[in-house]
Design a protein around this ligand. Structure first.
Ligand SMILES: [Fe+2]
Length: 391
């Protein structure tokens, strides 16, 4: 567990290594936190759970937790909070880690009766939280001119593209949905339950830039975030202040829900429900997917052709999050654990479910049962789509 905590922190610090303190503290967008807030929040979450909750210690910095509570402090005001900056921030992160490791050394995870500690749940929670904040940080890093990741792996782009049919069939029937009772998963992925699905077809790969550009040309729809026209009228991508030609065969990304839904209709299809998505993703292998921030962008549609889901669909995991038509809510028999604010607070409030993770998602933080949710208007997230069709 100590090694995994260290690995998570190493990646977090690697992501921000090229940035100055001024860039860490700057507010780039009202819908994203300054990176310094994310860093302090990651450490404060670790203190709350691994030091205070597990060991009963008093807070190290008085009322600091108030400013790092994500619900109390919505993103537009986070740059006005008296958060930790610079050397003070770095020493707080290190102090929390030292205390957390001290607590970890003194407890017996395997013999624990407390459900928070049993099977290392609270440690998995803290590691997954840091991993998930890496992705939020990467959303903001798309807005930082000239930003380059120090941790790229060029082999991701070299994945062989395997041609195949446009859509694959999913039989449906009685399908098990959600995470099994054992192992780490979030409360919203449980309980595992059976649903009945009609057979349907789903796109074999995510929708590409080329297809989305055709849709924009045909309908006048708003292009995705970071698309601009160059002098010749061709689309370029402007993320991270670069002006790069759009790669036609890559999955489209930074699409909002209305765009995804309109594309599907234009294509004579529809978005899958999240239950259909999960049924289609059965058998997808996270170790053979473009995850973990290493490719630093999507791989071409049809990549990882040797690792299809059982139905034959490719890239169900990684590359881009996929919008589903389902509104985020609890599964039948839902029970909040370990706190209401993780999921339940967001049920039934118009958030749409996204599935599958993106290139920016750490491998540990995704599985076929994982449910992400966001407001339909959001497109700074790494969101794309694939379409479905009833049979
Ligand atoms: Fe958080």
């Amino acid at each position: 567990m100590a090694a995994r905590l260290a690995e998570a922190r190493e990646r977090t610090l690697q992501l921000v290594e090229p940035l100055s303190d001024e860039q860490l503290n700057r507010s780039y967008s009202p819908i994203l936190s300054p990176l310094a807030w994310d860093l302090g929040h990651i450490a404060n979450f670790e203190e709350l759970w691994l030091v205070q909750a597990v060991d009963g210690q008093e807070p190290m910095r008085g009322e600091l937790a108030r400013y790092y509570d994500a619900i109390e402090n919505p993103r537009p005001i986070r740059d006005q909070l008296p958060i930790l900056l610079g050397a003070d921030l770095r020493s707080y992160m290190a102090d929390v880690r030292e205390r957390a490791l001290g607590v970890l050394a003194a407890i017996d995870i395997d013999g624990a009766e407390d459900p928070l500690i049993r099977a290392g749940f609270v440690y998995e929670l803290v590691i997954a939280h840091e991993h998930q904040h890496n992705e939020t940080m990467l959303q903001l890093l798309q807005m930082v001119d000239g930003y380059e990741s120090p941790a790229q792996d060029d082999s991701v782009g070299a994945e062989v593209v395997v041609p195949g049919p446009e859509m694959v069939r999913v039989e449906g029937g009685m399908v098990e949905i959600g995470a099994a009772a054992a192992g780490f998963a979030y409360d919203n992925e449980r309980p595992r339950h059976v649903v009945e699905l009609d057979p349907f077809e789903i796109d074999r790969t995510p929708v590409t830039n080329a297809a989305y550009a055709d849709f924009v040309a045909d309908t006048g729809a708003e292009p995705p975030l970071y698309w601009e026209r160059d002098g010749e009228g061709s689309w370029i991508r402007t993320a991270r202040g670069h002006n790069e030609p759009l790669v036609p065969e890559e999955p489209v990304v930074h699409v909002d829900y209305a765009g995804a839904e309109a594309f599907a209709r234009w294509a004579g299809k529809r978005l899958p429900t999240e239950l259909e998505w999960e049924a289609a993703a059965r058998g997808a292998d996270p170790s053979r997917a473009n995850l973990d921030q290493l490719g630093f962008g999507p791989a071409a549609a049809g990549a990882y052709g040797d690792a299809p889901a059982e139905c034959g669909a490719l890239q169900m995991l990684g590359d881009v999050w996929e919008w589903t038509s389902t509104e985020f809510d609890g599964y039948p028999g839902f029970e909040a654990f370990p706190y209401r604010e993780y999921s339940e607070e967001f049920f039934g409030r118009g958030f749409k479910v996204l599935r599958g993770g993106s290139w920016a998602t750490r491998r540990n933080a995704i599985r076929t049962t994982f449910r992400n949710w966001d407001l339909p208007i959001r497109r700074q997230i790494f969101s794309g789509l694939r379409c479905a069709r009833s049979l």
